[in-house]
Design a protein around this ligand. Structure first.
Ligand code: GLC
Length: 420
């Protein structure tokens, strides 16, 4: 067991570059990714506090003037990745993508601060970080929820972090692929193409991206003009929890909490509109095409992480969650295996992801302790048995995708070393 802790630490160090960490040490993801970095920082906090803070600082160095923290920062512009910095053609101090990713950072920072004593100098440094995170959250509220419904939209499937999920199938079908679209993807040359998104999906991803670029990524325009606009349950659950954690951090630093606290109240009320009483599940909303999206995705259970103060709903969700993987030895599969969209090996359409298990484990801890412990132990065992990979088959635990995967290493460290 101890040796796996060492291997996890070595994985992070091995993937570390100048002040930031790659998602893996192969060529698949040669940049800094937003939510990967947050998870990675948590991992570092168990053996190198300075690296943890530096990881977050570097990510926030890429923040745009309007407050957005991009989903990718291209510190190294000489790579084979597509879409690269020229395809996006944007960024503030650092070349970046023009979209964002799930804002888990505030929740991660809270966890790091809860378990570490900081000195005066560190407090000043972290105060700057906190202000930037607040600006990021205010950007979401201002530009991704212009009607102040309490629910924010994502404007590209990549913003969700679960890029290739069947949740996006219906809204994506409506996206008409640009004429004469030309680009060279690299991912399916590096990894078995049967595990990666189909070409038609990639065409649509690139079409949506090019459309955002046409508006010069102007946040005032994009909400309306984007070819894709979805209120996703998982994403909003992460944001709600992050807002709650942010308020607690802001108080700690004597910073104003009003704008965030107000928004939490609206979200807590309106997120219930996404609850289907009959089925006992939450669903996402395709804003662009005014349609419900009913896909049994594990990310719909991220609502447990948001800590809704509603025992009846929480109990119903937990009951359903226990049925998500009845026959499978390894869980949670990203999609319920009996659903028509389930694919055992294609990424985000079936495989088990460590960050999803982690989010659900954290959400269950104060609601069903025994079940949460079971998830934690199974996740730890999966990594110890199969290695530190990007994702795994729910049928036989077969590891897939990138090896030496940073967030799997980082979250393993939290699962095994966090004594709370
Ligand atoms: C893939 C995942 C995304 C992740 C990125 C880097 O694009 O879908 O969630 O951030 O890889 O690991």
């Amino acid at each position: 067991m101890t040796s796996i802790i060492k291997i996890a630490q070595k994985t992070l160090i091995g993937n570390r570059r100048k002040g930031y960490t790659l998602p893996t040490n192969n060529k698949l993801y040669p940049a800094q990714w937003n939510w990967d970095s947050a998870f990675i920082a948590l991992g570092y906090s168990y053996f190198n506090f300075n690296f943890a803070i530096k990881e977050i600082k570097t990510l926030l160095d890429g923040q745009w003037k309007d407050g957005m923290v991009p989903h990718i920062l291209f510190h190294d512009t000489n790579t084979n990745y597509y879409p690269n910095h020229t395809a996006w053609n944007c960024g503030n101090k650092i070349r970046s993508s023009g979209i964002t990713q799930p804002p888990v950072l505030a929740s991660i920072l809270k966890q790091i601060l809860d378990k570490n004593k900081i000195n005066k100098k560190q407090r000043l440094e972290i105060k700057k970080i906190v202000k930037k995170i607040k600006k990021f959250h205010e950007w979401f509220i201002k530009y991704r929820d212009p009607k102040k419904t309490g629910l924010v939209s994502i404007l590209h499937p990549w913003e969700s972090g679960y890029d290739n999920s069947p949740i996006w199938d219906e809204p994506m079908k409506k996206v008409v692929v640009e004429k004469n679209i030309k680009y060279k993807r690299a991912d399916n040359k590096l990894i078995n193409p049967d595990h990666r998104p189909l070409d038609i999906d990639y065409d649509r991803y690139v079409t949506i991206k090019n459309n955002l670029r046409k508006s010069n990524y102007n946040p005032k325009k994009l909400y309306k003009s984007s070819l894709f606009n979805v209120v996703d349950v998982g994403f909003n659950s992460i944001f709600l929890r992050a807002n709650k954690d942010l308020v607690s951090i802001l108080k700690n630093f004597n910073l104003d909490t009003l704008s965030i606290s107000k928004y939490i109240k609206i979200t807590e009320k309106n997120i219930l509109k996404l609850f289907d009483k009959k089925k006992g599940n939450f669903f996402s909303l395709d804003i662009k095409n005014k349609k419900k999206i009913e896909i049994p995705s594990i990310t719909n259970y991220f609502i447990l992480f948001a800590d809704l103060n509603n025992r009846q709903i929480n109990n119903k969700l937990i009951k359903n969650l226990k049925r998500h993987n009845k026959k499978e030895k390894y869980f949670f599969s990203s999609i319920k295996p009996n659903h028509k969209s389930f694919e055992e090996k294609r990424y985000w359409r079936g495989p088990v992801w460590i960050n999803c298990n982690w989010i659900i484990y954290k959400g269950l801890k104060n609601k069903d302790y025994l079940f949460s412990k079971k998830i934690k132990n199974l996740t730890i065992k999966l990594i110890e048995k199969k290695g530190i990979y990007e994702y795994y088959s729910c049928k036989n635990g077969k590891p897939m995708g990138a090896s030496n995967f940073s967030w799997s290493a980082a979250l393993y460290l939290d699962l095994i070393l966090n004594k709370n």
